[in-house]
Every structure is written in structure tokens, then in C-alpha cells.
Ligand binder design. Structure first.
Ligand code: ADP
Ligand code: MG
Length: 143
């Protein structure tokens, strides 16, 4: 599978009323939305999602931020989805992100950086299944 990735519009994106603008930029870049919902992460769910960062200095703040308000996970489809989506969002630190990328345009800091994108095909599959069951994705897309 190299045609799917998971985006999450993070709490700062929702607080700044940017759901529409960011989603439009994603769709304009050729991504098809397969699934989209608004959720509130519990601390345990946020810790599970970011388990790879457990123990890092920014971990506790990251969990606090990700649970501070609603998030919008979006399952996306496009050729070479993981890599193309990472290009579209830009570097983790918006100060280092390329002009025109979503993080460069809208993010305030390395922590509050508007959007998540999966970093490998393997993680994309795992992360999509965190928020959307296979059955649910098939059903909502009419298959
Ligand atoms: P990315 O989201 O670009 O894949 P990482 O997986 O390295 O970045 O980190 C996950 C999230 O943790 C980042 O998007 C950001 O919200 C937060 N983060 C990463 N590095 C830092 C840092 N040095 N200081 C504060 N928050 C950070
Ligand atoms: Mg990452």
C-alpha cells in the first residue's frame, strides 16, 4: 500500500478556524478524502498514537496539546501519498518549512504545527486504523 496516508488536523488548526482552508489545500494537491471525522483524543489515545515519542522532553506537552481540543483525522488517497503529503505539510518546525507548505503558512511553533502526516506506508496503515475501521471506509465509499 503506497497510496494512502493519515492526516490529523490538530487542535490549533480547529481553534484557528482553518479546517476549510487546510482541507482545500490538501484536496487541491490531488488527495481524495476517504474518511473524515471530528474527535477528541483522550490522554491514553494520544499517548498510544505518539508512543514512539514517549520519553522525549516534549512528550508531556505534546499530549497536553493534542488533548486540548478537537482533532480532525482524515484518511487520504493519492499516488505516493505518504511522501507527497509530507512535502505538502513541510518540516515539523514551521521556521524550517518551505514556502507555501501548510505548516509554513499556518503553524506557530514546532509543537503547534497544525497538521499530522504519517511518515511511512506501514505507519499510515496503522494510523488510519486508529481512527477508521476497514469496514467503515469500505462502507462510506460505497464499496
Ligand atoms: P512530524 O509531525 O513532522 O512527523 P515528529 O513525529 O518528530 O514530527 O513529532 C510529532 C509531533 O511532536 C510534532 O508534529 C510536533 O507537534 C511535536 N514535536 C516534535 N518535535 C518537537 C519539539 N522539539 N518540541 C516540541 N514539540 C515537538
Ligand atoms: Mg512523525
Amino acid at each position: 500500500m503506497n497510496n494512502k496516508t493519515l492526516a490529523i488536523l490538530k487542535p490549533d488548526c480547529i481553534k484557528k478556524n482553518l479546517i476549510g482552508k487546510v482541507t482545500a489545500q490538501i484536496q487541491d494537491a490531488g488527495f481524495k478524502v476517504l474518511g473524515m471525522k471530528m474527535i477528541r483524543l483522550t490522554p491514553d489515545a494520544a499517548k498510544g498514537f505518539y508512543e514512539v515519542h514517549n520519553g522525549k522532553v516534549f512528550f508531556d506537552n505534546l499530549i497536553e496539546y493534542m488533548t486540548s481540543g478537537p482533532c480532525v483525522p482524515i484518511a487520504l488517497e493519492r499516488e505516493n501519498a505518504v511522501e507527497e503529503f509530507r512535502k505538502l505539510i513541510g518540516a515539523t518546525d514551521p521556521a524550517k518549512a518551505e514556502e507555501g507548505t501548510i505548516r509554513k503558512l499556518y503553524a506557530d511553533s514546532i509543537q503547534e504545527n497544525i497538521v499530522h502526516g504519517s511518515d511511512s506506508n506501514e505507519n499510515a496503515a496503522k494510523e488510519i486504523s486508529h481512527f477508521f475501521s476497514r469496514k467503515e471506509l469500505l462502507e462510506i465509499n460505497g464499496l
